[in-house]
Design a protein around this ligand. Sequence first.
Ligand SMILES: [Zn+2]
Length: 297
Amino acid sequence: MNRISDLVKSRILVSDGAWGTFLQQKGLQPGECPELWNVTHREGVLDIARSYVAAGADMIETNSFGGSRFKLGKYGLADRVTELNQAAAEISREAAGSEKLVLGSIGPTGKMLITEEVTPEELYDAFREQAMALEAGGADAIVVETMSDLDEAVLAVRAAKENTLLEVICTMTFDKLVTGEYRTMMGISPSDMIKPLLEAGATILGTNCGNGMAGMIPVVEEIRKADPDVPILVHANAGVPLYRDGKTIFPESPEEMASYIPELIKAGANIIGGCCGTTPEHIKKMKSAINNMFSKV
Ligand SMILES: [Zn+2]
């Protein structure tokens, strides 16, 4: 399988959309473990994966965002990391076939290094266990995502790089400050993350969640300015969430999100997909926006 960072040299790639909000639509209840669905509701999870392949995604993620022993431990499932992550990768592999790529998703553990509630060794071990299970299930790459602590992100990237043969991608979540600059919750800027994550073994960097498409453009510009070469992946939310009648609503339509594609590519994005609130329809529209741009050339 071609490494993704080689594929981006010849074209813009399309990634998939949301999993968490899609699982909720399929009936995942608050307080239920999303990753347990890989064995209890396999068909539902497979259907999500297939719907993104059908929408035209070049790569799809796995239902394993909260698959670390720390996150699974909240549901009493800490001893099922290997089983649930391997199942996640197998489901996405089945949907992707041999043509499309599978990105094994690894999210934050929810444990804070800074308060010493967890040691770096414990985090490394947890990420190693998860990454190896995703590789065993057939993932082509690992995507460490939604990170706000750079030290945790570095440990996750290193653990995946040192214990699997897979390419490692890392995306962090940035919010806009009143000054107009972007920082993670832990105060990391888009340019701060580049050197430590590349040294840890990541080959593709980027940003996910937190912002709609418009908010991703300055983040991508900052990364591209600091590093002219690193492939950049963007998984944008369908806008900034609104709370209405006790429900979370993601306001950006597929057309609206797709309208930012030319600017996002101009800023330097190489791989574009969606995060919370995005659907197969959003991915389909993004894909055709990309196709339109390049068919005119
Ligand atoms: Zn998100």
